[in-house]
Design a protein around this ligand. Structure first.
Ligand code: ADP
Ligand code: MG
Length: 332
């Protein structure tokens, strides 16, 4: 955000949330997407994410992976609502010097994404800009009426789970910037690919309908997104850092650099799903993980909301609670 403006969430709360109050499914602009009623059987789920060159991707990222990512981050919000993708629109602002070859590569990235996850491109806008390349995608999905997963359904005593592995996005960004030279080249390539072409967990999201009590996709970082769920659900969470699942490439990076687990749970761009479920659903969730061939890991529990301002407490591998100021630094 420009320095003289309030933060993103304050802007949304102050200026835009009041404009959403006639639609309950907009959740006061606090969830991953909005849910609109349309007929008795299904709800529509709608979300927009905007990627700006130099902010959300690097200016030299290949155009096909940039397109893939612009669609994937929106697909990820649909996944967090348990929705199936139906259609996308794309608004593209192109700076001077964009070539036709660039556009062909960009379109190839969209095609690869749609082939993999379904849905079609149904509209958009294309303009020239004196500014930076910007790609804004709106995703439209559907979910059974009244079935959408939200951030607000977690109850005290629920188990907290994450899909896949955490921290690859943050490490991939570092690797793409040439800041991870201590790691082997194939690990760096794996991490950069995870940063450039995140996988929206659409299959998992759909199967979590009826199983998860709350869900969010991890775009701001595991800790920040867990905090969003806690505030929306009015619970607290205790996170076990030692249980947070890492890829082999991330393990190697942590062992060879000064980057700690705390930094990985504070980094963004993972696009995994974080969700809560009652303890009694654990067996069903582990069966689902096997069926989807996707790791799902228990990383903590929720508890009743207390008096304090902090809603997430973090324990290291020895069970010691970490002071807020220490998270994000190296602990192991
Ligand atoms: P996510 O990270 O899941 O994409 P965001 O943190 O970007 O979600 O946004 C939080 C909520 O605020 C979402 O419901 C989003 O639709 C809404 N929102 C963000 N910016 C605007 C805006 N300019 N106008 C209306 N709603 C907005
Ligand atoms: Mg989201």
């Amino acid at each position: 955000m420009p320095a003289d403006l309030p933060g993103e969430f304050e802007i949304i709360e102050r200026y835009f949330a009041p404009l959403s109050d006639r639609v309950t499914g907009a959740f006061g602009l606090t969830d991953d997407a909005a849910v609109l009623e349309c007929g008795a059987e299904e709800n529509l789920v709608i979300t927009t994410d905007c990627l700006v060159s130099g902010v959300h991707f690097l200016a030299d990222d290949p155009p096909d992976s940039l397109a893939y990512k612009a669609f994937a981050v929106n697909g990820s919000d649909l996944a967090a609502m348990g929705a199936r993708p139906r259609a996308y629109t794309l608004a593209l602002a192109l700076p001077k010097g964009t070539t036709e070859g660039w556009l062909a590569d960009f379109a190839r990235g969209i095609s690869a994404f749609l082939d993999q996850f379904g849905g079609a491109l149904i509209g958009g806008d294309t303009v020239a800009t004196e500014g930076l390349l910007t790609a804004s995608v709106t995703a439209i999905g559907s979910v059974g009426a009244g079935q959408a997963l939200t951030r607000s359904g977690a109850c005290p005593g629920d188990t907290i789970f994450v899909s896949g592995t955490i921290g690859d996005g943050a490490l991939g960004l570092m690797a793409a910037r040439g800041e991870l030279d201590e790691s082997p080249a194939d690990d760096r390539a794996y991490l950069v690919d995870r940063y450039r072409r995140p996988t929206p967990r659409l299959d998992l999201g759909r199967h979590l309908v009826g199983l998860a009590s709350a869900a969010i996709d991890i775009s701001d970082g595991l800790l920040a997104d867990l905090e969003h769920v806690c505030r929306c659900s009015n619970v607290e969470a205790s996170l076990d850092l030692g249980l947070v699942p890492l890829s082999e490439a991330a393990e190697t990076s942590v062992s060879r650099t000064r980057i700690g687990l705390g930094a990985l749970v504070s980094g963004g761009d993972d696009y995994e799903l974080l969700f809560t479920a009652p303890e009694g659903k654990s067996a069903e969730i582990s069966k689902l993980a096997d069926r989807l061939n996707l790791p799902i890991t228990r990383i903590g529990v929720t508890q009743p909301r207390g008096e304090g301002s902090s809603v997430v407490s973090v324990k290291d591998e020895s069970g010691r609670e970490l002071p807020q100021g220490e998270i994000g630094y190296r602990h192991f």
